[in-house]
Design a protein around this ligand. Sequence first.
Ligand SMILES: O=C([O-])CC(=O)C(=O)O
Ligand SMILES: [Mg+2]
Length: 621
Amino acid sequence: MMSLKRHNFLRRILVGFGFRDRKKVGALMGSVVEEIRNGGGHSVVDVESKAGFGGGIEDVYGEDCATEDQVLTPWTASVASGYTLLRDPHYNKGLAFTEKERDAHYLRGLLPPAVLTQELQEKKLMQNLRQYEVPLHRYIAMMDLQERNEGLFYKLLIDNVEELLPVVYTPTVGEACQKYGSIFRHPQGLYISLKEKGKILEVLKNWPERGIQVIVVTDGERILGLGDLGCQGMGIPVGKLSLYTALGGVPPSACLPITIDVGTNNEKLLNDEFYIGLKQRRATGQEYAELLEEFMTAVKQNYGEKVLVQFEDFANHNAFELLSKYSKTHLVFNDDIQGTASVVLAGLIASLKLLGGTLGDHTFLFLGAGEAGTGIAELIALEISKKTGAPLEEARKKIWLVDSKGLIVKSRLGSLQHFKQPWAHDHEPIKQLVDAVKAIKPTVLIGTSGVGKQFTKDVVETMASLNEKPLILALSNPTSQAECTAEEAYTWTKGRAIFGSGSPFDPVEYENKLLVPGQANNAYIFPGFGLGLIMAGAIRVHDDMLLAASEALAMQVSEKHYAKGLIYPPFTNIRKISANIAAKVAAKVYELGLASNLPRPKDLVKYAESCMYSPRYRSYR
Ligand SMILES: O=C([O-])CC(=O)C(=O)O
Ligand SMILES: [Mg+2]
């Protein structure tokens, strides 16, 4: 007897191949089953291996998110064999296909005779990767692998996370976006440009996967600290989603990278004959708002209200507005405002073990008052307010921001953008950062300016003169935009700084001591945060979920890490960390009554772990 799951699956394949008539589908079921049993040029690949959450194809194709009329389009049917199977990155195993599989799936002769294990393939690929001296070449090799053999790509990334994160993510992904036009080989993700206006729902339906649970979307206007890279920003959603899978265990089939192309104001790209995006200046105002509105509506219509939309690397002037507008109607999360805030708050909570006192005892000074700066500032204030019972306005007074015009103070209120206004405190105007450090006497200095080298020797030495252990976070990405390097922070504070950065820095030897910088990057948070939302079937994001994520991450810092001066755990155990974050976030979703997946699993950490995608090859019977 065919299992119900398999029966339904075959039904869907038929419907997908254009058989809309229920009776015809029923009649044909038998012959297709026969055809599959006899070979007949098709073979069923182990579709269940794609299931991410709880197993079973229903989870992937979503019993509850697709009616029979909208089910699989033909190219989503997971039926492949022979040559096609080798070219399907979701199922390809290369030389790891066993003798039996080679016979059963028409692969004889299409592969050389050797059979390798996945471990041996991994070893070979790591050796190859290490031979490339140019980081961008490693990036290209990893992207090629992702296009060729998804399971192996994730196996490499998961098993070698510390080594490969800087390859598929910051800093190399920044350079990849800058050169995307010339390294572009296979399109990844969905491109939605002004040309698709009025047709966005149709475009979404062109994507081969149905069970999308996370979308990362950018409009390319502020890619890391590199500015407007237009359509070439696609590297960012692709990179972020590969971390959703590798670090958070969300199955690749549930992830959809999207770039919205409304033009670019980058002259270099506009004049580049190989530019892959729309060659026009950015649409703004109503034209921009309408395209985004159509996009958000189409997403909900196509994927339901439980799909998570992560906004990434939008410019300030759109980021705050999009978040506040769509957080009321959709499950949305802005990684640069909220993800960065949550990871920094986690580091600050952890740092109290080294610095002493409570969060409210500290004074914070930011350089940069955009998405990251004001996002972090607000979450710190919220945490202080919750912990002490002080009103939010009071808590905000511990936090000062400097932007390109100097310290944000009351006398500037009239000309400040709305997201900066809560930070305009009583003080005389100050232009230079170093003078602000002298006047405010912060215990914590945070760089979110997007501009490199702003924490000069003068600034860092002043921090060191004011604090026994100055906490310095140079968060701007990629490495070229970091406000200072780890070496500078340690040297200029005579080894006393607690230092963290957005992009990774190597440990520094200072007076025979090895000082290990932390990486305060939102990659610690968004994969586990997203997993927690998905597990609970959250329908809205709430700030308390961000606080829960921060506390969960801070709890993963152990005595062993503190002894080394670390305020973040190493990335090596990131899947375990993500499971803990997911559990705390999901618990908050249930507590707030915003969960739609009922009943609540008892042990949320175990449940999170059981949901996670495994990159191990399955055997295809
Ligand atoms: O991508 C990263 O490494 C962190 C981030 O969100 C940004 O810098 O915009
Ligand atoms: Mg970002």
